[in-house]
Design a protein around this ligand. Structure first.
Ligand code: CTP
Length: 398
């Protein structure tokens, strides 16, 4: 709940501005008051009338509007809120924030405020991936600005990739977390993610195709509900999320040690694709071609981290969630895996090539609990993560 919280909402100029109308409604439903600020470009996408009608408050638009200054100066406006939210945050607004420009009402408020700031970027995928935006994002994170999104998916411009503004309910969750109101505030959760690399010699290793996308999305979703997340990641393709403690590891054994070091936790989510075996005696020196023929690699089993943690007596997390990637008889195999490992839940997915899930942006999940198997509709990996995070919050706080 956000009862009596005051949000200053800056709506920038992007097609996602229409979602900010829904955001206003969702915030007010939860008891927050919303003071809206609409940029000139924002007015091209939503009207001041619809914004003020939904907010139930005057919409502020112009730095030099003397009536505004008489009612509430821009300094006071920027400081009277509990949180400043920028949604959508355009590439232009991010650039202005980094450069410290103050040439319109929105940028001046962002310069003048002493209140925490949360931004929900939205832009074309190329703009989001442009080196300038990447630099700006890094600088804003270093300046203490909190981010929610952007998400990956189809964009209004017809392209696909990261750049979609986070959905209104995700922004609400991020606002709650920023205000210390998230349902997972005070809970400590560890998440393992990504592949592991098992050395053969100093230059070669055995790996798998995990990108780390699903584990990263889960960690992000848990953090946005207010959890303190320890994110233990193998060498993944996708960068770790903001707002989590990142522990980087290479091998299964390093991951296992990092998990032990992270305990005690309220919940553990084991999304990593841990290599089952490693080379028994990895060579200290690079293996050379030799006349004696091909090298013979002997394997030995890696520690099963999920099983070990699930079967811990004292110190076992209250909730242990494993993942199972299967190619056939998904429910049957995943149910057996849950029993074998001793974990509370298994998030199972079908990774047979026909599904296009492995390496893709979508997932079709069956959640196996002691109550049975629950099939979730096919959805984006971010959406799977949010739903799972909500379920974890319900289990830990219910
Ligand atoms: N896991 C783990 N440590 C391992 C292997 C797996 O913690 N050494 C965890 C994974 O993070 C995942 C779950 O166990 O949450 C299932 O992983 P999976 O590779 O599907 O299971 P396996 O034990 O390898 O079973 P199988 O080979 O029969 O599919």
């Amino acid at each position: 709940m956000l009862a009596s919280k005051r949000i200053l909402l800056i709506i920038g100029g992007g097609i996602a501005a229409y979602k900010s109308l829904d955001l206003i409604r969702r915030l007010r439903e939860r008891g927050a008051s919303v003071t809206p600020v609409l940029t000139r470009a924002g007015e091209e996408f939503v009207t001041p009338l619809s914004v003020s009608a939904l907010a139930g408050e005057k919409v502020y638009r112009d730095l030099f509007d003397l009536t505004d200054e008489a009612e509430m100066g821009h300094i006071q406006l920027s400081r009277s809120a509990d949180l400043v939210v920028v949604a959508p945050a355009t590439a232009d607004l991010m650039g202005k924030m980094v450069a410290g420009l103050a040439n319109d009402l929105a940028s001046t408020l962002l310069m003048a405020t002493d209140t925490p700031v949360l931004i929900a970027p939205a832009m074309n995928v190329r703009m989001w991936e442009h080196p300038a935006t990447r630099r700006n994002r890094e600088q804003l994170v270093a300046d203490g600005i909190t981010f929610v999104g952007p998400n990956e998916g189809d964009m209004a411009c017809g392209e696909h990739g990261p750049g979609r503004m986070a959905e209104p309910l995700e922004i609400v969750a991020a606002i709650e977390a920023a205000l210390g109101k998230g349902p997972l505030t005070g809970k400590r959760i560890l998440v393992t993610s990504g592949p592991t690399h098992e050395p053969i010699d100093p230059v070669r290793y055995i790996a798998n195709r995990s990108s780390g996308a699903q584990g990263t999305a889960v960690a992000r979703a848990l953090a946005s509900l207010g959890a303190e997340v320890v994110f233990i990641t193998g060498p993944a393709e996708v960068p770790p999320p903001d707002g989590v403690r990142v522990v980087r590891v290479e091998s299964a054994r390093e991951m296992s040690d990092a998990v032990d070091a992270a305990l005690p936790v309220d919940a553990g989510v084991f999304a990593a694709a841990v290599a089952d075996w490693r080379v028994a005696a990895a060579s200290e020196r690079k293996l050379k071609k030799s006349k004696d023929g091909l090298p013979v690699l002997e394997f030995t089993e890696n520690p099963d981290i999920l099983k070990r943690v699930s079967r811990m007596g004292e110190g076992r997390p209250g909730l242990v969630v494993g993942f199972a990637a299967e190619t056939d008889n998904v429910i049957e195999h995943a149910t057996a895996k849950r029993a074998r490992k001793g974990c509370d839940w298994i998030v199972a997915n079908d990774v047979s090539p026909a599904t296009g899930i492995m390496g893709g942006s979508e997932n079709a999940v069956t959640l196996i609990t002691d109550a049975g198997a629950e099939e979730w509709p096919r959805m984006g990996k971010d959406a799977v993560a949010e739903r799972l995070a909500q379920r974890i919050a319900a289990a830990l706080t219910g």
